[in-house]
Design a protein around this ligand. Structure first.
Ligand code: SAM
Length: 283
């Protein structure tokens, strides 16, 4: 193809999560132009590399690879263009890479990323649950006690939660999520971008009953919606809280305190605080 080699540095290349058509033109070109490719499993990546005509030698890299190997890679990066790929999706996301990126940065090596498929983000786009804030939790522990603890840690988070899971563990994971988080809205996205892609939505209790029957095949992402908003504060609650706060604080500080306590916009609390002050309602 006669494409010139790239400038030295680390190239983090996202690869498809099931559909080869999702590999970007830039990713394919980069894989052809680097001088070495770091992969999790050479057999898995060989197919993709053959598909794009990349012929650079492959080496296996994991974050638990020893520090000496990482040092050798970082030394090589000073004069060589090296790509990092994982079996599928975006490297570093529940996949190896962060220790290598950290070491490369510490050595002043150029680090480039080629963004692309990521199962967590793809599942969020399918789920129909709030996406303004989300927490990627990754894989839950396999052991029941550790799983309960991990779920308890994220219970209070006011965001959608994203978990990676495997078919055989899906029913147990959903049941543990229903117990630990309450019966929230959720989605199970399976085989994203593949022939049998599906996204089943419902309450956690329904979903756990559905998947307790028979574990589904394939790769899975669970998305759980945020906890329900507290009941909207009534006008009476708001006035009572503001009167009390205004007896101690300026209108602005009182509004901030009450807005946080009642989970309402500060603007609404402040406007009402000014009305109460103006009406002399504090007397
Ligand atoms: N780095 C990858 C990424 O960017 O999504 C994730 C790697 S992690 C080791 C593999 C997990 O990602 C699977 O167990 C599954 O939970 C999720 N996953 C990967 N491909 C998927 C797909 N096509 N559909 C649904 N989930 C997928």
């Amino acid at each position: 193809m006669n494409e010139p080699p790239l400038a030295p540095g680390l190239y983090i290349v996202a690869t498809p999560i099931g559909n080869l058509g999702d590999l970007s033109v830039r990713a394919a070109e980069t894989l052809r132009r680097v001088q070495r490719i770091l992969a999790e499993d050479k057999r898995v990546s060989a197919k993709l590399l053959a598909h794009v005509g990349a012929t650079a030698p492959m080496s296996v890299y994991h974050d638990h690879s020893d520090a000496a190997l990482r040092d050798r890679i970082v030394t090589a990066l000073q004069s060589t263009a090296i790509a990092l790929i994982s079996d599928a999706g975006t490297p570093l996301i529940s996949d190896p890479g962060y220790k290598l990126v950290r070491a490369a940065r510490a050595a002043g090596v150029a680090v480039h990323t080629l963004p692309g498929p990521c199962a967590a983000v793809a599942a969020l786009t399918l789920a129909g649950l709030p996406t303004d804030r989300f927490l990627f939790v990754g894989f839950l522990p396999a052991k029941a006690k550790a799983r309960v603890e991990a779920i308890a840690e994220v219970d209070g988070v006011r965001a959608s939660l994203v978990f990676y899971e495997s078919g055989p563990r899906l029913g147990d994971a959903l049941a543990a999520l229903a117990t630990g988080l309450g019966n929230r809205d959720a989605a199970v996205a399976r085989e994203i971008s593949k022939l049998h892609e599906e996204c089943v939505t419902g309450k956690l209790v329904e979903l756990s009953a559905r998947y307790a029957e028979g574990p589904p095949r394939g790769e899975i992402v669970i998305v759980v919606g945020p906890p329900a908003e507290r009941e909207a504060a009534s006008k009476e609650d708001l006035d009572a809280s503001l009167r009390e706060a205004l007896s101690r604080l300026s209108p602005s500080r009182a509004a901030a305190e009450v807005a946080a306590a009642l989970s309402i916009p500060k603007k609404r609390a402040y406007a009402r605080a000014l009305e109460l002050v103006g009406a002399g309602a504090l007397a």
